[in-house]
Design a protein around this ligand. Sequence first.
Ligand code: GLY
Ligand code: MN
Ligand code: MN
Length: 444
Amino acid sequence: MIHIPKSEYSRRRKALMAQMEPNSIAILPAAAVAIRNRDVEHVYRQDSDFQYLSGFPEPQAVLVLIPGRVHGEYILFCRERNAERELWDGLRAGQEGAIRDFGADDAFPITDIDDILPGLIEGRDRVYSAMGSNPEFDRHLMEWINVIRSKANLGAQPPNEFVALDHLLHDMRLYKSAAEVKVMREAARISARAHVRAMQACRAGLHEFSLEAELDYEFRKGGAKMPAYGSIVAAGRNSCILHYQQNDALLKDGDLVLIDAGCEIDCYASDITRTFPVSGKYSAEQKAIYELVLASQEAAFAEIAPNKNWNQAHEATVRVITAGLVKLGLLQGDVDELIASEAYKAFYMHRAGHWLGMDVHDVGEYKVGGEWRVLEVGMALTVEPGIYIAPDNQNVAKKWRGIGVRIEDDVVVTKTGCEILTGGVPKTVAEIEALMAAARTQAA
Ligand code: GLY
Ligand code: MN
Ligand code: MN
C-alpha cells in the first residue's frame, strides 16, 4: 500500500514548530468516535489536522508540541494497552507504540491528561489550538488553563495568548509534498478504475445503487477504507441535483447518469465526476451540452499554472459556457453582458473547483489580502465545470430540460502547468461510447 512515510510526519511537526512563536505549545485532539446508532459506531476517520501531524490512527488521543522542550518536543496522550478491550475492539499502540512506531518523544495514558497537561502548559506564553472547531475540547482546554490560574498565588504562570492553529497548519497542508502527490495519484488511479467499471456495468433496468456497488467494489479492492465523500450516482433529472445522494432510482435508456465519486487513501481524497448515457450513446442534445462542459474544462486547465490566480480557471469556464449556451439558444444576448449579469448561473451555479487533499474540500485560503490566491507548485485542486438544465425551466425548449452534466478531474500545479491525476477515465464522447460499446459486446 502506498502511504505517507513516517519521516514525513516528523518533517511536518518540525516545520510547524519552526513557525510557532517562542515559548509556546500546540495542542490537538484526535477525532471522536461517532455513534451511528445503539452500540454501532461510524467507521472511524481520524481528524485531518491530527493525522497530518501524527499519522496516529486511534481515537482518544491528544497531540502536544512544545518547541524547544529539552525533555521532548512531541508528546502524545493515548489509550493504554488493555487486553480485554483489544480482544473486543482491536489492537492499540499504547504508550510504547506511540514512541516506537509513531515517533513521539514521550507518551502518557489519556486518562492522566488532566494531571499532566496543565503542568506542560504552565509557563508557556502562547497556546495554539483549533479554537472553535471542537467545543468539547475547547472546554477541556479552558479547564486545564483554569487549573493553572487557580495556582497563580503559588507562582504558576498561565498563558496569556491563545492562537488559532489553523492558519499555520492549513497553509502547510495546501502545499502537497512529493509523498502526498504520490498518495493522491494512487487514490485517483483507484477511483478512475471505479468509474470505468461503473461505465462498463451500466445497463437500463439497473438502479443507481447498482453502479454505486461497482464503485465501492473497486474502492475496497484497491485498499481504500471508504469513499472520500458520499458517492453521487444521479440518473436522468437527478443529475440536476448537485449533491444528490439517494442513489436509488432506476436507470432508463435515454437518460444520462452523473457519477461524482472518489476514494480516500491514507486520508487523501480523490474526487472525479463523469456523465455518460445509460444506453451507451449520447443524444444530440446531451452531446452538445457534454461537449460544451468538456470544452470549458479544457479552457480551465490552460489557466492552471504558477503565477495564474485561483479565479482564472473559473473565469475561463464561465466564458466558454456562457458563449456556448448562447450558441445553443439556451441564453440570449451579449456574452459579456450575460457574464456581468451572471445569467449563466441559472445553468452553472457552482465554482469550477476547490482545493483537494486530506479533506475533499481541502483547507487553505482562496484569497490572500483580499486578492485571489496565486497558484504555486504543489497545490492540488479539482476542475469541475457543469451545466444543469432544470427539469422545470420554462425558458428553454423541452428537449433540453433535465440534462445535467459535470466533468471533474483532480490536478496538481507543476512548474509548467498542471498534472492531471485522474486521466485514467475516458472523457470524450467517442472514448466513453467506445468503452461502453466494448463492454456490451463482451457481455453479449
Ligand atoms: N464531490 C463534491 C465535489 O465535487 O465538490
Ligand atoms: Mn469536487
Ligand atoms: Mn466531486
